[in-house]
Design a protein. Structure first.
Length: 205
């Protein structure tokens, strides 16, 4: 009997030890899982924060036309930095070209998905189609600059040609097409267009 009692006691202690060990294991797993979820939440929050910062810094919190003008200025500032480089600064040129490509891609998404369709709805299809076709040339220039050796003297000359084309495109939008189009919009329509454009920009920010 004593042996059986001791065996039961030992078994009870052993089982309790296993239970405690198992409990500690589950607790550790819970802590790890919690940390993983917290890390994921922080990552998501950081990404959303970055998107908001990009949108706000581009002027997307105001009127859609003012926001696009701000993006135009930021783009020209990138051109200034690129043109300040020399043929030995290939890494800097590649980095700045990546930033320029991103800025122009985001800008194109906003215009092609929101502004140009709105122009067509307002019977300004000719202007919308002309501006949209020029975005094709933007992509061609970017492709050429990505494939052309960054140390080539021709690279910076091509950048200057690209800038001249971009500036004329911006001038047409800012001075001719967009101001007259905005005058056709009611305050409600203008606010709706601004919200739609910000939403598109946020997707790719």
């Amino acid at each position: 009997m004593a042996t059986k009692t001791e065996a039961r006691r030992n078994g009870g202690r052993s089982g309790g030890g296993q239970g405690r060990a198992s409990g500690r294991g589950n607790g550790n797993a819970g802590v790890i899982a919690g940390a993983a979820l917290a890390g994921a939440a922080i990552g998501i929050a950081a990404n959303v924060g970055r998107k908001l910062f990009v949108q706000f810094s581009s002027g997307a919190t105001g009127d859609w036309l003012d926001a696009l003008k701000t993006e135009h200025k930021l783009t020209l500032a990138l051109f200034d930095k690129i043109e300040a480089t020399d043929d030995s600064q290939t890494m800097i040129r590649a980095h700045l070209l990546t930033k320029l490509k991103y800025a122009l891609d985001k800008h194109a998404v906003e215009e092609e998905n929101v502004i140009y369709p709105a122009l067509r709805e307002a019977n300004l299809a000719h202007d919308a189609d002309a501006l949209n076709s020029e975005h094709g040339y933007v992509k061609t220039y970017l492709y050429e600059l990505e494939t052309l050796p960054k140390h080539s003297p021709d690279w910076l000359a091509r950048v200057r040609d690209f800038r001249a084309m971009i500036q004329e495109h911006m001038r047409m939008e800012e001075d001719e097409v967009f101001p007259s189009f905005r005058q056709l919009l009611s305050p409600t329509q203008n606010a709706r267009l601004t919200a739609m454009m910000n939403k598109e920009g946020f997707k790719v920010a």
